[in-house]
Write a protein that binds this ligand. Sequence first.
Ligand code: BES
Ligand code: MN
Ligand code: MN
Length: 479
Amino acid sequence: MAELPIFGTIQKFVFMHADIKKYIDTHRERFLNELMELLRVPSVSADPKYKEEVIKAAQLTAHYLEKAGIKNVEVCETPGYPVVYGEYIKDPSLPTVLVYGHYDVQPPDPLDLWESGPFDPVIKKTEIHPQGAIFARGACDDKGQFFMHIKAVEAMIATGTLPCNVKFMIEGEEEVGSANLGWFVVHNRERLKCNTILISDTGILANDIPSICTGLRGLSYVEVEVTGPNRDLHSGLYGGAVPNPINILAKMIASLHDENNHITIPGFYDDVVELSAEERALMAQAPHSDEAFKKSIGLKNIWGEKGYTTPERTSIRPTLDVNGIWGGYTGEGAKTVIPSKAYAKISMRLVPNQNPDKITELFKKHFESIAPDCVSVVVKPHHGGDPYVSPLDSPEYQAASEAMEATFGKKPVPVRSGGSIPIVALFERELGVKSILMGFGLDSDAIHSPNEHYGLFNYFIGIETIPLFFDHYVRLVER
Ligand code: BES
Ligand code: MN
Ligand code: MN
């Protein structure tokens, strides 16, 4: 029977979806066990004591790429931790999707707040995840999420439904700022050539409210050191007549926000792109409840920059936050001392068009200028990254939207996120390719926190959605 071409396409889609679902069902247990094996490797990139383990996670990732049927798998050396690369070139004339993810994880501290070992994955049911969730460092960020892609591609290769070429690039330094990834991208431009970049390292609003991440904030991260006297002093003998660097640092930090919680660094907002009333109205359509927000993190009241809503404060507005502050005596009991030095780590989340280097410079100038002349101040820049926004009218957005609608039964809403993935802007700059951020985590999954977890629902719906993305994407770009 001669079919209408469109009918043939839909029919093919229905068959491939059914094939993929069947494959996932058949291999469900193994898919879980393999992820658990990866989660047992403590690949903490921030701490050199885990060096061997980070490399082991790279090798295990390579092993699973190979097992999935990916070719030319390589653990590529860089000046830092290796990048795991692999590809499946079905036909060079077909489109190519590059999958990016990271196998490194955040440090597990504070250890005593974990209910089970951070590298000893266990499955437990929660209120939000009634089907169960895997608890382990990296379960959601990002091992559980990039592993979905390996399993999805395995399923597509095994069922003969992979519609295009696919490349994998899984790095091991994302959680420490991807300092060597720029080097890798520049040295592998040819190898990384692709039509789009698919990343699952973000989240959805809720398991019944699918969303697509359409923006990331940039980052400027600095460390400050304030020095008073040249040695620690008896706080009785000297107290009252010497500048205490902790008191002074606290006052300097406090002055960085005004009474409206506006940041006081001169020039800080100069390049910020203000959204139009229409854009803000569109943003406000995404479901959000301040009550639920407060409840979920145990807050008595909300806080933030005057004139903006909570979702705006966490996405389209820049921030300045102390991430850590130390100095003096913090051990058991009391020690009477005026410390010589005080320190803080400060992050600034940036929005389009702010430039991380410029902001770091503005911070440094301002921070030095507000220090009283009885102390000295050193500002040390750490890593940074550019913000990113993705268009909603691209074939990759449409493909992600249709794929999620097919699996969740609801059209996903676009949501700009507050987190940062510096490599996304770098990909655009160096490869000229946009990324689509189709992540499946929840804000409540406690990434970077004790008891990080990833829902089984999320893991498996991700594996099911990814092949549909490929299918829709290829059809949209080939039209
Ligand atoms: N996956 C996160 C970023 C993220 C999470 C974006 C959820 C959007 C939604 C990533 O691993 C991360 O933690 N990035 C760091 C930046 C990096 C330079 C250390 C961050 O945002 O703090
Ligand atoms: Mn991540
Ligand atoms: Mn992270």
